[in-house]
Each structure stands twice: as structure tokens, then as C-alpha cells.
Design a protein. Structure first.
Lengths: 342, 342, 342, 342
């Protein structure tokens, strides 16, 4: 049996990535695609790389008949998402890829996103979508809130260390290198090829990046006390990929063991041998996460390095993994695609 | 039932691409991988992007037990391939990705590759592997010779035009832009990132590129008379992809119709509407070929543009498509992966 | 003595390139910079790479006191340029980098740019700025019209061949690969890093690119009869550089000799030994042009390959070379910067 | 008067960068170029981007007549350099770009480079080449040892903070992103375009990178007590540029003030306004260094970010600056080239 899928916001990168994944998913069929400004267009016009697929035309959200939809992916911009989801049928399964339902406390939402939450009642039922840590809740959820791509990378490194009690909670530093597709298909000068290629620079530095809201929420919950981390993301001249370096104080071998033990049975998390470090080129286009740990010549200091694909495991692949669970499927269904190299 | 597969030369890019494709192929299982200089190593060491797969160690070819192999892909360097295949069991199905068995006449081989062919008897049974044009022969072949990646791109544009008789056979010009993975994992100064990125240049220009041997053979056969084309390949700062511009003299609409009609029923060939032209970014990582045709302000001139992924449809994807046929499978099995964009 | 320079349109790439060149020019000093939408900003805000220079603030054109300006570079968008220049003092020396004054016949302008010329009287005094071919006229000109960057590349290959009478005028084909900075700092989806890197595609194909207007005008004048060429430009994932392959019918050695002889005394044109071909990476950031010629296995066919930097020799470097002449300086002043490699 | 210059090791990237800089240097003339394996070749063959220059042929070092040389740049590989310099005339001014004379204590050399120093007597007279901190010694030196490119970037951030006493000396962390040209023209798989582009990864992590020897030596000397830092370099898909993020504990405003005050009179160091951070694309191809400082939401934590061009200010530009001083010239002579953007 095939599940009938709608993708709202199919004209952006995460929407297109969902279509790419569903193209070879044995149990899902796309029945509706929305793209407000591009309603009436064929997906092949908006994304010629999907030309070989037989897909419904883009339409306006209000023109979709949700009675024949089993699950909707919502890949809309932040702030738009909460308004759209509030108008969807209340029994429709929804996986939201925006930031709108990630922060449990609406006050946190207002702090980080600068305006009141428009659907606090929906927030109450939303489950945070970091699959490996909320699997049970996701399985029975109606509304799952996808994590930030950077937020996913940081948490894969740090959560098991907090749980295992092997690091100093007051001195955690994340220096992260992100590919440009994480910024979406937005028309900004600093995303032009001529400006971005052949250079690298930090952005939203100094404790201002919004994914800190997720880090604060999740790390504090895991630790049972407030935890604040330092976090500097950089724009790097590659299209896909996040490399998160997490610098911690703790015994490097204990750090490695905590991660190795925690992820031993996880399909998508590969913990490398102690001392080996990952590269983004080895996970590109896939749902896999590579995790490495190394010590330092200074005793008691360790670095964890996490590599994942921001569009796949950091966003649409994670969403698919969660949707699989919500539909009663094996969570890896359609997600075993090997990375693309070179 | 799963077919048992060996990949000889698994430590190069085309070998790794075969592993990538088999990773989600429902009917093939890898039972042996060779890599002479890297024998004894795990694939995860040679290609960390394959870390999530449970694969046999690399071994020497002479240590492989071919009695338990149904089909061998041979992804070895040119010249080595003919020697290795000559020593394999004579009833083993083989798909060769090298240049060794592409030219039917051993004299042509000597002309283009500069030394006598070492296995002319095997050459006699080899079938040229351009699937869409040799499907019947491939289905019953024991030994299939994969085409050159540039040779595939050029033929997809030109063969139907010769067959339809819509162009001047004496004035065909191919200006081709190739991604760097086509040069393989070889250590050459001009393949270093610092030398290659941010620049483009022609190579093997002036009628010297070896794929001209394939063009001559195939176009002359199709035309029933000698056909010689001009061909200039360029190295372009992208990893995957070939864009072949073919300039011909003939009516542009007739050219478009010949291609459209010829590929109407082909799974992997997408002919765009007249006037639309393809981009390599829309086929990256896939087995699909995009074909576009446009006219010129000068009447009677047309340009055909073909985009394909050199490592996939131009090499390992084509090999897989042929292997599927040789094993009695649907030729598209395991090859419907959508391109990776962005 | 220093000449006082104004740059109108200093917030785009060609304007910034002029500032870069003047930074080490011994005889020019910038006294005014305009940038209408960015008036009031410091150049260091708009272009941080110019931070070390002591430059005037951006201002509106109407606020510039042209009485203290010796020469103005006009790096404004097409169509705007003619309106602005029409309002400047009639005795001010002007080098225009736009397309507005390139076509001598206002009817040609209307054909290629889709609307009537707004300053046909100024057109009458404009000199076409391909320095090596209009040096005498430029020296005494008041208004020089910079060539298109692609138009420059094509002409460096073809003009000497027309003059020498060594090629078939009815069968000239230009396949050109252009870096992305040629498209300027415009916000378009297809110029985003995520869309452009790792791919290549043709644009304005089929006889529609506006630089054909320049080719038609110049080649027909040189030949004394109408000449029409085929021309396909491609967007290539590099920031700077044009590689123009020109396919002609004629004796390859005669083609090489015509170019070698013509450019023997030119400072910026380097004709390579017969059979050697250039690469864009070897001229990046400089005013130099590399020209190569090769034959083909088919007798009577030759390929000329020209490499130049679109922002420098194709635009701002050419403009500087012309300005030097108009100010009575050696034309190479400030332009001997070596290319940047790697 | 022109100074006569020899470049030993002119066939590598730093050697070629020296030639690029001397091309427009008003007071230097190249009289000899060595390149052992390429002796007898023209520089235009080895580096076609230098084709326009009239340069001596590459020759073997033993064939150079050093009596007519005023200063030699030594751009040879580590370990080779000390042997070559030991054989040069003892009164010849030498700027060495290798690692051979950077560490004052030969025991430190052995620790970091794994073998005894071959010329400890020469080491005694070598001056460490970080111009802004050793200007007086360099002016009168005979032998100057260029710094590591990463070592330069880290020191520009940290030295003034140690001198000003505004940071915790026991908790300094450098996360550095380096362009690929820093690895030189060496033939390694991980430097191939297909492997490097579209990815990023750490290397020599965990306290193993050799530039730590320089950090230890210089920071401990400046502090008057042992200082050990953490340091993780990354290979980033760009050709030129280093972005060094230095995480320190101290008051951010005091950190900014210490850097601003220290570099106020330096020609090549640009300290940005507090809160602004640099990008490598803004210093590419130049001798300029951009320095930014930002605080964090966690009080008492600051990040300094330094951007410089590894081949220029990090290596050959620094060498030129030092050579200018040694020859009694203004140190900025020939080094005011503006960065290349885009």
C-alpha cells in the first residue's frame, strides 16, 4: 500500500529534496505539491532535475483536497508555516520542516524569532523531530517539528555526552562549517557564486544564531539544568554539508565511548574509530551521519566532529525518517541511498 | 534471487560508483571486490563514503573464487583490462568499463591506443555497450564493452540524426565540456584543486582524443559510409557531468523531431521541448540524459546539447543497465535514482 | 601629475575592478564615486576588499562636481548609461563600459536592445573601444564605448583572420565559456552558488546574444561585406574568465601566422606556439590575452582559442587602457599586474 | 637602483607567487630562478600565467652565480632548505620560506620535524620573520625565516592579547580554515579537485600540526611563561585564504582595543569595527590582513577572526616585506596590490 503525500512549499530546496527522496521510496506517492508563487507550473519547469518524474502540477495550498492526503510535509518559510498548518485538517499527519514548532515554550519562540507565536495550541502537540532521541513520541505524533540542520549536527555530538556525564557543561564550543544550500533559494548578494565561492566567513556569530534556541532547550532538558553553549557557524563554498566541530572538556576516550555506545544500534549514525575524523564529502546526498572524536596534546580536552548533509539528514531526510515512523513503516525506508562521491 | 557480483578495480571512481549503485539495487549482491595495490584494505578505508555498507574486503584478482560469481564488472585501467579478462573463466558474464573492447577492428585499437590488442579473440565476441542502440545484442552477450563517457554523449546527439538522414555528414562539430572525475583518481598536477578550479581549458584537441575512434566506428557504421567529426573536449571545474554541444547543418525542427521520435520510449533519455537546452546540474548522480535542440539565426544550422553524468550514465550506470539486461532483469532496475540537486 | 578620476556606478563589479586597478596606478587619483542606491555609504561597506584604500564616499551623480574631474568611467547598467552621459559636461572625457554606445547605427541598437537610442548625437562621436584595433581614434576621442567582454574575446580571434583573408567568412562558429562575474552582481536564481557551481549550461543560444550586434558590425566592416557568425555562450562555474573557441575553415598554419604577425608588437596579446592552447586560469585578474591555434585531423579546419579575464581585459582593464590613451599616458600604465594563480 | 634577486625553488606555488609580486616591484629584478627537476625549462612552460614576463630559465642551484645576487628567496621544501642555505655564500642575504629556521631551539625542531637540524649554526643567526613583531631585527638580519602561514594568522590574533594581558592564557583555541594552495603543488589524492571541492574536513588535528611549534615558541616568549594552545586546521574548498577563529576568555571590548591599538600604524593590518568579522574573499591575492572581534552572549568570552592570504601575506608577501626591509627599502614597496574580488 502506498501512502498519499502532499508537499507544501515544493519550490524550495527542502521541498525538492523531499521529491528526490520519494522518487525511489517504495511506499509513498506524491498526490499534491504546493508553491504559491509558482502555482500552475510543472515541477520540471521549476526543477528540471525532476523532469523524469510524473508529478502533479504545483498548486495553491487552498486548492489541495486534503481528504485524500495521508501525510503532509510542510517545507514553507518560517512564520508562514504556523499559519498554514493552523488551517489544515486537525487529523492530518504533518511533518513541518520550518522553525515554527521547534521551541516548546512560546516565549522562547518570541525571544529567538522576534514575534509572538501564532499557533501556541498546535505547539503543545508538536514533537521535536530529532529521530534518534524522540523516536517513541514521533511514532505516535500527529505533528512533528523538524530540527534546524545545524541544531541536528550539534546535538548528535553533544547529547550523548551530557547523558553520559562525561563533559564540563559550562565550556562547550561549536565551530560549524555549513554549505550554502542551508540558506535556501533566497536571492541575496552573499549567496551569489561570484561572492561565495573561493571564500569563507562566519555569520550570525556571537551568540545570535537562532538554532541556539534549540540547543538551549534540548541540552538543558537533557542535563536537568541550564546549559549554554558557544556557537559560530560559517558559510563555506560547498553546496551541501555541515561539519560541526564541538570542543569539550572531558576525557577523550570517555567521550568517544559515550558516542560509540549510544549510536551502536542506530542505522544512520556511524561513529568512526577513535582519532579518525569525518569529512562532509563522505555523506553528501545521504541520510548518514559520520561522527569522529580526537583528543588533544592538552589533557582533558576533546573534539567531536560531526558531518551530515544539511538538506538530507539535517532536513528532508530527517523529515522522511519521521514520516516513515508516523506511517508505521520502517524508519529507514527509502533512505538507504549511498552518498554521492565524488 | 540475488545475483552475485564481483567488481574488479573497486578502488577507482567507476568502481566506487558501481558500489554506490548496487547499494540500493534489489537484485544484486557484491561478493568480491578487487584492488590490487589496496588488497587487504576495507572499502571504508579507501572510500569512507561507503562506510555504512557491509562489503567484502579488497583482494587481489587471483584470490577471487569466480565460481560463485554471476557477473563481473571490470573497472580496470585501459590495457590492463584486456589481460585480466583474458584470464577469467570463459563463461563468466563480464561488463568491461575500460576502452579495451570498444573498437571492433583490432587495427583501430592499435591506431588509437598505440599498441597491438592483446586479446583479439575476445574482441570478436564483445558487444558495444551503448544500451539504447545495442539492446538486443547486449541481452545475449557474454562480454559487453562500455563506451567512453564522451563517446556516449556525442552518440546520443548524433546517431538518430544520421539514421534519420537530416544532417550534413561532412560538417559535424562537437565542443564538449567535461567534469573532472572523468579523468579518474590519477595524480596529475592539472587535476589538483588549486590548478583546476576557477579555470577551464581544452585538452586532447585537434582530432587526437581517443573517443574519436568510437565516433568513427559508430557513425560510419550507422551512415554506411565514412564519417569523421571534429571534437574538442574541455576540462571544466565541476566534478561530474558532460555537456556536449553538437553543431550540425540541417533543419533544426527536423533535428529535434528525429531525436524526439527516437527516444520517445526510452526510460533514461529526456528530449526537451524545442529551444530548451539542458544543464549538467540537472542530471548529476543519475542515469538520465537530457537532450535539447535549438536553431540559429542562420537558416539550416542547428545545435544539439546533451547532458549526462560521466560516472553514471557515461560509465557505471550504463554498465549497470547492460548488466541488468545480461542477467534478464528490467534494464532500469536500481537505476531510477533521481539526480542530486543542488 | 595625477589625473582626477570619477567612477559612475562604483557599486558593481566593473566599478570595483576599476578601483582595484587605480589603487596601484601611478597617474590616476579617484576624486568621485557614484552609486545611487548606496549613496552615503563608504566603499569599504559595499566592497570590504577595498578597505585599505582612502576613497571618497559613494554619492549621487548629481552631487558630483565634474569641473574638477579629468575623466569619468561610466560603469552603469545598459540604457541608464546613455541618459547619464547625455547630461554630463560635453567636454568631459568619458569611457563608457555599458553597451550603450557600441553600435554605430542607432537602428542596430534598437534591433538588439529593443528600444530606440536616447542619445543618437552622442553615438556619432563615440569610438569603439577595442584598443588594439582603434588605437588612433581612441587617443583623440572624447567618448569611448567599451566592448562587450565576449565581443572582445571573439574579435581577438577573428579580426586578424578576416584582415588576412585566411578563412571562409560564411562558416565561423564561436563556442564560448564564460565565468559568472560577467553576469554582474544581479540577484538571479541561476547565479546562486548552489545553482551554478558544479554545473555548466548554454545561455542566450541560437543567435540571440546581444554581443552578436558587435560581431556583425565589426566583422562586416573588416570584411567589407556582411559577415554573420554562430555564437553560443555558456555559464561556467568560475568567477572570472572567458574561453572562446572559434572554429574556422582555413589553413591552420596560416591562421596561426595571421594572429602571430598581427599581435607581435602588442603588449597584452600573447600568441602561443602553434598547437598550444590557453587556459583561463593563466590570465585571471590581468589585462593579458592568451591566444592559441590548433589544426584538426580534417584538413582545412582550425580552432582558435582565446582566454581573457572578462572583468579586466574584457571590461575595466580595457577601459583603463583606453583612458590611458585619452590622457596621453602609455597605454599599459597601471595594467602590468601579473595574473593571480592559483 | 634595482636589487638583483634569485628565487630558489621557483617551480612551486610560493616561488611563483614571488615572481608575481616582483613583476610589478619597482626595485627588484630577477636574475636567477632554480627548479631542480625542471632545470632547463622556461618559466612560461611551468607556469603559463607568467608568460608575459621576460624571465631567466630555470636552472640548477649549483649553476647559479651568486656573486651577482643581492638577495635570495629560498622557496624549497622543508629539510632541503637547510642543506641548500648551508652551502650558499655566508654574506648573501637570504629569506627562507620553509620551516627550517623558524624554531630557535634545535631541540624543538627535532621534536616537531622528526630529525636533527642539519645547520644549527645558521639557526643561531636566523630571525623569525613575522614582520610587525620583529621589524628591527629583520632590518639588520642576513637570514630571515618566514613563518608558517597558519602560524602567522594565529599570531596576528593572539600576540597583542598576550602583550596586553587581556586573556586567560590557559584557554586559547584556534579553529582555522585553510585554502588548498597551502598544501603546495603536491600530488596527493586528497588535493584532487574531485576529492576536495564540495567538502571540508580537519587535518593534523589533536595537537599534532607542526605550526604548534611556532605558537609555543612565540606565545611563551611573549608571555614569559609556557603557553599551549589548541589548534585545529581544516582544508576548505578554496584556493587561497586562511580564516583563523581564535576563541579566548577575556573581555571582548578589551580584546578589540588591544588589537586596534597595536595595529593602528601598521600598513597591512586592518582591524574592523567591533562586531564586524572578516572574510577570506576580501584579502585574496593581497598582503592585507583583516582582523575582527566579537563578543558572545556568555560574558567574558570573545572570538577574534583573522583573514589573510596564505600564499601572499602568509608566505611570499611576508617574505617580500622582509626582503624590502633587509634591502633598505620601504617595507610596502611592491606590496600595495589590491585584493582580487570577485
Amino acid at each position: 500500500m502506498e501512502h498519499k503525500i502532499a508537499i507544501l512549499g515544493a519550490s524550495g530546496y527542502t521541498g525538492a529534496e523531499l521529491v528526490r527522496l520519494i522518487a525511489t521510496h517504495p511506499k509513498m506517492r506524491i498526490v499534491a505539491l504546493s508553491g504559491d508563487r509558482k502555482a500552475g507550473m510543472a515541477m520540471a519547469e521549476v526543477f528540471p532535475f525532476l523532469r523524469h518524474l510524473d508529478l502533479p502540477q504545483l498548486q495553491k495550498i487552498e486548492d489541495i483536497d486534503f481528504s485524500r492526503v495521508d501525510l503532509a510535509f510542510c517545507a514553507l518559510p518560517h512564520a508562514t508555516s504556523q499559519e498554514v498548518i493552523a488551517r489544515l485538517p486537525r487529523d492530518l499527519k504533518v511533518v513541518d520542516l520550518s522553525a515554527d514548532f521547534r521551541l516548546r515554550d512560546p516565549a522562547d519562540y518570541e525571544t529567538w524569532y522576534g514575534k509572538p507565536h501564532a499557533a501556541p495550541d498546535l505547539q503543545a502537540e508538536a514533537v521535536y523531530g530529532l529521530t534518534e532521541f524522540y523516536r517513541a513520541e514521533i511514532r505516535s505524533a500527529r505533528l512533528v517539528a523538524g530540527t534546524g540542520c545545524n541544531a541536528a549536527a550539534g546535538q548528535y555530538a553533544i547529547r550523548p555526552l551530557i547523558e553520559a556525564g562525561v563533559i564540563d557543561l559550562d565550556d562547550i564550543l561549536i565551530d560549524l562549517k555549513a554549505g550554502v544550500s542551508g540558506a535556501g533559494r533566497s536571492l541575496k548578494e552573499n549567496l551569489l557564486h561570484a561572492e561565495l565561492s573561493e571564500g569563507t566567513h562566519p555569520y550570525s556569530a556571537g551568540g545570535k544564531h537562532r538554532h541556539l534556541g534549540e540547543f538551549d532547550q534540548e541540552f538543558s532538558r537533557a542535563a536537568g539544568r541550564p546549559v549554554r553553549v558557544q556557537f559560530t557557524p560559517h558559510l563555506t563554498p560547498m553546496n551541501r554539508g555541515i561539519l560541526a566541530n564541538v570542543y569539550v572538556k572531558g576525557d577523550p576516550r570517555a567521550v568517544h565511548k559515550a558516542l560509540f555506545d549510544r549510536y551502536l544500534t542506530e542505522t544512520f549514525l556511524e561513529v568512526l574509530p577513535f582519532g579518525a575524523l569525518p569529512s562532509t564529502r563522505d555523506i553528501r546526498g545521504s541520510n548518514f551521519v559520520h561522527v569522529g572524536v580526537i583528543g588533544d596534546r592538552i589533557p582533558g580536552r576533546a573534539m567531536v566532529v560531526v558531518a551530515l548533509d544539511n538538506l538530507c539528514k539535517g532536513s528532508s531526510g530527517q523529515a522522511m525518517q519521521n514520516a516513515n515512523l508516523m506511517l508505521g513503516l520502517d524508519e529507514a525506508t527509502g533512505l538507504m541511498l549511498a552518498p554521492l562521491f565524488p
